[in-house]
Design a protein around this ligand. Structure first.
Ligand code: ASP
Length: 604
């Protein structure tokens, strides 16, 4: 291979095949940088030594495919190329064969300046020849293999589940496949193998996994793909800890395959704590949590403070801190505090900010000192206080904390850029802060539909202690103030540096509880049967307790490759408009095909 030869090979004969990465014609000598997946070797064609080969070398252009036979020669010391592993040798050609020509590519794999992404996606095969893409795709291979090897060694079976199936319970829009044999009927592509993997537990395969494609027709945000890959698993008789240990095990293997050591067990945090301290359910632990400084004050101090600043004392007073933000002028600090600077997160008169610590210290020396030592603020930290105005719009404490969380991340974007924690990936000493967030709410209020929805999916079980609450409120599916919102699920997310890597749960294995959940969701027996009938029936045949999780492979590889988009780690991705520019899909189909399927297209 073109990356293999070393000085110890000097004198040996070698055959290399690859692409012409670059050709330098010095008249009687032609140098060719020959490239394949493994690297580049300098090939020398000398007219004096070999006139026929030299003639052929004259016609070579970038990306032509050639084979050369020659003798490996150690280079003179002053011509050594220290930048590549083969840089101490070259291959002196005895025979050169042109295997294939190439049109002038729209861009060259060796160029440092990239063309626009549309061009890269249209000519993906050229783009994939670039070192960076070769690195990313190899990384993807290594990571999948490490995960697969780990799970197989732990006794998991890799089992395939159908792509042509019916709607699954994740709640996004389905991709549909029309049936020719039964016109008017459609398969749905799975949003996940959720029901199949649960049925595999009922079928006696107590440890299942699959590295599997899932399909969701969502409005695409920058970092979504309509088809994406999950590391999907399910186990029988697990505790939450059992599932977590498996995930920590395969993530350790995956990160190791990319040269990173990670520490287990991951810290754990409840959803409530995560919202309170970080303002979201996927905390970035590289930055300090928010501190509710009410805890540092006596009751009189808090009363006094709340009156003076006209803030709610029943809501947290959050100290948000960006460590080592460097020199920030008083003016800039005051700008952060000015209404408007962070309006998009504050909303109208939503959060009151105190951002000038110097002035604050002067006006309130005692409190200021207490707060600073309570929240462990350092001299070069940027910090501010956020509190809810007593006369602000109606809001919940959770909402308020979420706003603070946005503000914290916004400030981090701007002021923690120099902070080591926020450096890009690819560095082996990278700060990977994993954690488990658990005890998510069981139900989410759907504002537009005006009813409670499953926060994860309807097969997730709840905390045993919350069962009475479920039973007491089972008919309040349409009441936004129902205590259903307080019920906690045995659901969990694994989070890394502010990104959700995966979600899972312990499932309902009892038919009676499943029925109650559907009732609480306002779903009649008939509706439930119509949507999930086969599954509910299966549950009745001796279902073992079970649970599992699914993690996004694309995102894990993206982080490990230090890439900034999922498209960089998916060989043939789609654009934000769900288009594959290389194959040009989707496309209209012929009338004949439509007729066979009994489909008529109505253009709106
Ligand atoms: N099927 C779920 C999802 O795709 C994951 C799980 O509960 O295992 O989000």
């Amino acid at each position: 291979m073109c990356g293999a030869l070393r000085p110890s090979d000097a004198g040996k004969r070698a055959v290399l095949m690859g692409w012409v990465n670059r050709r330098r014609d010095l008249g009687s000598i032609v140098f060719i940088d020959l490239r394949d997946r493994t690297g580049v070797t300098q090939v020398v064609v000398n007219r004096e030594l070999n006139a026929p080969a030299h003639d052929k070398a004259g016609v070579l252009r970038n990306e032509y495919v050639i084979a050369v036979i020659g003798t490996v020669k150690q280079r003179d010391r002053d011509t050594v190329n220290k930048n590549i592993p083969t840089g101490e040798v070259e291959l002196v050609v005895e025979e050169l064969r042109l295997l294939n020509e190439s049109k002038q590519p729209p861009f060259l794999p060796g160029e440092t300046v990239l063309p626009n992404e549309e061009m890269r996606l249209k000519y993906r095969y050229i783009d994939l020849r670039r070192d960076a893409m070769q690195f990313n795709i190899e990384m993807r291979h290594k990571v999948s293999k490490a995960i697969r090897d780990y799970l197989c060694a732990e006794g998991f079976f890799e089992i395939e589940t159908p792509f042509m199936t019916r709607s699954t319970p994740e709640g996004a829009r389905d991709y549909l496949v029309p049936s020719r044999v039964q016109p008017g009927s459609f398969y749905a592509l799975p949003q996940s193998p959720q029901m199949f993997k649960q049925i595999l537990m009922i079928s006696g395969f107590d440890k299942y996994f699959q590295i599997v494609r899932c399909f969701r027709d969502e409005d695409l945000r920058a970092d979504r793909q309509p088809e994406f890959t999950q590391i999907d698993l399910e186990m029988s008789y697990p505790q939450t800890d059992t599932v977590w240990a498996v995930v920590e095990g395969f993530l350790t293997a995956a990160f190791k395959s990319a040269g990173h050591e990670i520490k287990t067990s991951f810290p754990r945090m409840s959803y409530d704590e995560s919202i309170r301290r970080y303002g979201n359910d996927k905390p970035d632990m590289r930055l300090p949590a928010m501190a509710d400084v009410r805890e540092a004050m006596t009751r009189e101090e808090l009363d006094d403070f709340a009156t003076k600043f006209k803030i709610r004392k029943d809501f947290p007073v959050q100290l948000i801190r960006i460590p080592k933000a460097g020199d920030i002028s008083g003016t800039e600090r005051r700008t952060i505090g000015t209404y408007g600077a962070y309006q998009h997160v504050q909303g109208p008169s939503f959060v009151q900010l105190m951002t000038d610590p110097k002035r604050f210290a002067k006006d309130y020396p005692a409190i200021s000192e207490k707060i600073i030592s309570f929240a462990k603020v350092d001299a070069d930290d940027l910090w501010l206080l956020a509190a809810a105005k007593s006369e602000g719009p109606d809001q919940t404490a959770q909402h308020f904390c979420e706003k603070c969380g946005f503000l914290r991340l916004d400030l981090a974007q701007k002021y923690a850029a120099k902070h080591k924690a926020f450096e890009k990936t690819g560095d082996p000493a990278k700060d990977f802060r994993f954690l488990w967030v658990s005890d998510f709410p069981m139900f989410d209020w759907d504002k537009s539909e005006k009813r409670w929805n499953p926060a994860h999916h309807p097969f997730t079980t709840l905390h045993e202690e919350d069962m009475a609450k479920l039973e007491a409120n089972i008919d309040s599916a349409h009441d936004p103030n129902s205590p259903l919102g307080e019920i906690r699920a045995l659901a969990y997310d694994v989070v890394l540096n502010g990104t959700e890597l995966g979600s899972g749960s312990i499932r309902i294995h009892r038919q009676d509880i499943q029925r109650k959940i559907f009732q609480a969701l306002g779903m009649s027996d008939e509706e439930a049967r119509a949507r999930f009938g086969f599954f509910l029936e299966a549950l009745e045949y001796g279902t073992p307790p079970h649970g599992g999780i699914a993690l996004g492979l694309d995102r894990i590889v993206m982080i490990l490759a230090g890439a900034d988009s999922l498209r960089e780690v998916i060989p043939f991705p789609k654009t934000a408009r769900a288009v594959d520019l290389m194959v040009d899909a989707p496309t209209p189909v012929s009338d004949v095909q439509l007729r066979e399927l009994g489909i008529k297209v109505v253009k709106s």
